[in-house]
Design a protein around this ligand. Structure first.
Ligand code: SF4
Length: 222
């Protein structure tokens, strides 16, 4: 599928989900934050959920978290136009007017949107930011802390629902930018340092896979 076809399919998906009422988050949202970036991206980045800034803006990763994402992207000679950014859920979860993590039920309700997005973009590597997205895509992840703190930066297998069969995809998981903003020290072994390494590995593996897989029918890459 070329970029234009993927763009058309993503547009159709947006149209299908823009008035979604599959979970209670529809009651308080301003917009379904679907995703942003290159429909033909090598690296697809999945975060947790829109916060207040994203809900008002309509795009993922804006505000301070977005600035940090942009900084990471620049470190690997990339911009938002080179990747595809989305979240485990499309609508902002709130409690007493403040952001909160989505519940397992809300993640489950939005899973079809996430999996169909991944299926259309068909990235070479998925970069997972935070525990919510990790649990949504990778079996057996109990806490993001142990995965993200592992200095070997383990290659994970994300399983997404394809048209006929489940597809295994290579993934790396690290801390969510909002966590990193609260743990901003950049010394060896710090969360920021570990995150930088994980982003680097994801981009490096995507480059390697590009030579092997680009333009070929989706094989299992997990
Ligand atoms: S979070 Fe997902 S499932 Fe829930 S209302 Fe929004 S788009 Fe629909």
């Amino acid at each position: 599928m070329d970029r234009e076809e993927k763009y058309g399919l993503l547009q159709k998906l947006v149209d299908e989900w823009e008035n979604c009422e599959r979970c209670g988050l529809c009651e308080t949202r301003n917009s379904v934050v679907f995703g942003e970036g290159d429909p033909d991206a090598k690296v697809l980045i999945v975060g947790e959920a829109p916060g207040e800034d994203e809900d008002l803006d309509g795009n993922p990763f804006v505000g301070r978290s977005g600035e940090l994402v942009d900084k990471f992207l620049r470190s690997f000679n990339s911009t938002r136009d080179d990747v595809f950014l989305t979240n485990a859920v499309g609508c902002r979860p709130t409690k007493d007017g403040k952001n909160r993590p989505p519940s397992a039920k809300e993640v489950e309700a939005c899973k079809e949107r996430l999996h169909r997005t991944i299926e259309i973009v068909d990235p070479l590597v998925i970069l997972i930011l935070g525990g919510t997205a990790a649990k949504a895509l990778v079996k057996g992840v109990r806490s993001i802390t142990s995965t993200a703190n592992d200095p070997t930066i383990p290659r994970l297998t994300a399983i997404t629902k394809g048209q006929c069969i489940d597809v295994k995809r290579t993934a790396f998981a690290t801390f969510h930018p909002s966590y990193l903003l609260r743990h901003a020290e950049e010394v060896e072994g710090s969360p920021m340092h570990r995150a930088f390494e994980a982003w680097g590995k994801a981009f490096a593996v995507a480059d390697t896979y590009e030579e092997i897989y680009w333009g070929k029918e989706t094989p299992d890459r997990g």
